[in-house]
Design a protein around this ligand. Structure first.
Ligand code: SF4
Length: 263
């Protein structure tokens, strides 16, 4: 794979799953050591104490292994098997920082881990097979999607775009009309949070870079967020692009449509 292809390759869950497996092994090893090291000392307190502590530690290891297996199975099958909502909590709040730490120790690129986390998060959201009415879905875009030289200000209302086709806002206006959904352009994280508070969506589909999507998914929990990465051919935050077909595909999976939508 060339460097250019590598940059445009779809984010893979495999990296996050591999790091998750490794983290699980480390957790199990730590649990074993916590039991094994004081084991001899525990026998002095009560002869049965080493067995009791051993059973507790084995149960914790079992939970870690089962949880990891369940997570891998849920994302692989794309089905809500058990506790998917709870697993999103575990992945977002606990596993991500640990996996970022393990990844850093192994020298894995931070953005690659974030891409993988976003793909894993999207799988978990979609696997819940929650169908949401178009008026309860919010699509959030970064302002850098708009062509820098465009004189029209679409931040307040993207329908002001005259659809000249020089940037992806044109395709996004089409999507907004096709599904009758709200699309907002946010000039930063603070404004994005304000829009979410005002519109009170049941699901957010956000377009951004790896860093902003990762922090957005974390900040919004328990609100489900589907993240779509933008491409930055001219560097960060300038004339970025997004694959509109990915947004269309994600929306068609989660929207509760009364009748087939027409372009
Ligand atoms: S499609 Fe054209 S009019 Fe619309 S925001 Fe982009 S550059 Fe401006």
């Amino acid at each position: 794979m060339t460097m250019a292809e590598e940059k445009t390759a779809p984010p893979r869950k495999r990296l996050f799953v591999s790091l998750m497996g490794l983290t699980c092994l480390i957790v199990v090893a730590v649990i074993f050591l916590i039991w094994w090291i004081p084991n001899r000392g525990l026998a002095n307190i009560h002869p049965n104490l080493p067995h009791i502590v051993g059973i507790i530690m084995m149960s914790l290891s079992g939970i870690a292994i089962l949880g990891t297996g369940l997570l891998v199975l849920t994302t692989a099958l794309g089905k809500d098997i058990f506790f998917t909502r709870f697993m999103r909590l575990v992945v977002i709040k606990f596993l991500l920082p640990v996996i970022e730490f393990v990844g850093r120790l192994l020298g894995v690129d931070k953005d690659k881990i974030r891409q993988s986390f976003i793909a894993m998060n999207n799988s978990l959201v979609v696997s819940q097979r929650q169908k949401v009415r178009p008026d309860r879905v919010l699509v959030l875009l970064p302002h850098c999607i708009q062509l820098f030289d465009c004189e029209i200000k679409v931040t307040g209302d993207i329908k002001k775009c005259v659809q000249c086709g020089r940037c992806d806002i044109k395709g996004l206006v089409d999507i907004s009309r096709k599904y009758k959904i709200d699309i907002s352009v946010a000039t930063g994280g603070t404004l994005a949070r304000k829009v979410i508070v005002e519109k009170r969506p049941k699901l957010v589909l956000a377009v951004a870079c790896e860093r902003d999507l990762t922090s957005g998914i974390k900040d919004c929990y328990p609100l489900p967020v589907i993240g779509i990465l933008n491409e930055r051919p001219f560097g960060p935050c300038f004339n970025t692009i997004v694959d509109v077909s990915k947004i269309d595909a994600a929306l068609s999976q989660i929207l509760l449509l009364e009748e087939p939508a027409q372009m």
